[in-house]
Design a protein around this ligand. Sequence first.
Ligand SMILES: [Zn+2]
Length: 132
Amino acid sequence: MHINDAVFLEDLCPKFRFRQWRKSIHRFTGKSCIYCGKASESIDHVIPRSQGGLSTTENCVPACLSCNGDKSNENALYWYRRQKFYDPRRAMAIRAWLDGDLRLAIRLLQWAHPDSRINKNKEKDRSEYKAA
Ligand SMILES: [Zn+2]
């Protein structure tokens, strides 16, 4: 897994590790915002740093600038519940992400958004696999 690799990279070069880490966060959701499904342009802290949230994979999710800015310093789970695009499956995915169960989170996101880029990437991977 990428996460395990990153642990070693951190010792070698923190900057490189940080960049790779940000990329890997976006890759998990196929570069789509975990809240609304639009293109993710930023990393959002589910529990804001001002409330003691850490910059760990569990607490950092891909988000579009609109969601990230609108949410501001609020706890994401409370903020998300009030949004027009609220989807209970996405809320479960955010919870799973916070628990560190990224595989479950991604599965829930795929369920919430069957046409999302996550599934398209998967199909692409599959066809590449067949070709190989
Ligand atoms: Zn969004």
